[in-house]
Design a protein around this ligand. Structure first.
Ligand code: ATP
Length: 271
């Protein structure tokens, strides 16, 4: 195209399409099946793979969530991906927020529904879980590596299943049609990349995330499990989240407890 053929801006200067080099998803590897994309990407991280690499599997034989819980998926129907991040340590806390926001936006816009986040890491629609997120971090010679796993129910039929006692739903069930998973993955990675760009530029996602959290204002029961002292429970109102993404729970004595995601299971009842 000659310069004169390029679209003009109002000032008459030819405008060029801004080329945005995508970081997250600049390399996407696909496998038919694997035990767990989490383990595969962790191994690739140890081998020095660059940030932004994405591994997508048609099927996982041992997909997992937090606390080694099983992640169910129908072969070839859903999105099962792990992404390698190499964030500055100060940004590590934003990754769970940006993933849950990006998934909720993707589901919300594709299915025309209101997708919300159950603190800390579930994306839900109408009280049913549509996606789970798992974060695992290691420190290697290249610094901090965070492997982020996403299981998103796309075309499988989940409504009448109750994995691990959790009400579940898929995008197909919400929209009454099947989805092209490649296009969906592309859309999701685009959103993740964009939000990651914002946090790397110094922004924070807490305000947006708080607005998506269905947990705020609810009565919750938080179970902490530790090898030394077993399980302990804290009951109270989920009042807010702080800048690190911790849930602030106010107990019946009026004391506020900041709760970190890693250590807890959360039950919430209607507000
Ligand atoms: P919870 O879902 O109770 O908040 P969690 O956040 O720790 O627990 P995850 O680590 O996100 O859970 O995922 C594992 C859990 O998700 C399983 O124990 C099961 O309850 C549920 N689950 C497994 N497969 C699916 C699926 N395809 N869709 C929805 N939920 C699922």
């Amino acid at each position: 195209m000659a310069v004169g053929d390029q679209p003009q801006t109002e000032s008459g200067v030819p405008s060029r399409p801004v080329r945005h080099e995508r970081l997250i998803g600049r390399e996407i590897r696909q496998v038919d099946f694997t035990k767990s994309t989490m383990d595969d990407v962790a191994a690739l991280a140890r081998a020095g793979t660059d940030e932004g690499m994405v591994l997508s599997a048609q099927q996982q034989t041992a997909g997992r969530g937090r606390h080694e819980r099983h992640w169910e998926s129908a072969p070839g129907e859903d999105l099962l991906v792990s992404i390698l991040f190499r964030p500055r340590p100060a940004l590590a806390g934003e990754i769970n927020m940006l993933l849950s926001l990006a998934i909720a936006e993707t589901v919300g816009s594709a299915c025309d529904v209101d997708a919300v986040v159950k603190w800390p890491n579930d994306v839900r629609v109408d009280d049913a879980k549509i996606a789970g997120i798992l974060l695992e971090s290691t420190q290697d010679t290249d610094g901090l590596a965070v492997v982020a796993g996403i299981g998103l129910n796309v075309n499988s039929r989940m409504r009448h299943r109750n994995p691990g006692g959790t009400a579940a739903v898929s995008m197909r069930e919400l929209a009454d049609r099947k989805f092209n998973r490649d296009l969906l993955l592309n859309d999701l990675l685009e959103r993740i990349d964009c939000l990651y760009g914002e946090v790397r530029a110094g922004g924070t996602l807490v305000t947006m995330w708080r607005e998506r959290l269905e947990t705020i204002g609810k009565q919750v029961e938080v179970t902490f499990t530790s090898a030394s002292s077993g399980a302990k429970t804290l009951s109270g109102i989920a009042e807010d989240v702080d800048s690190a993404g911790r849930l602030i729970v106010r107990d019946e004595n009026g004391r506020a407890w900041p709760v970190s995601a890693g250590e807890v299971t959360l039950q919430s009842s209607a507000s």
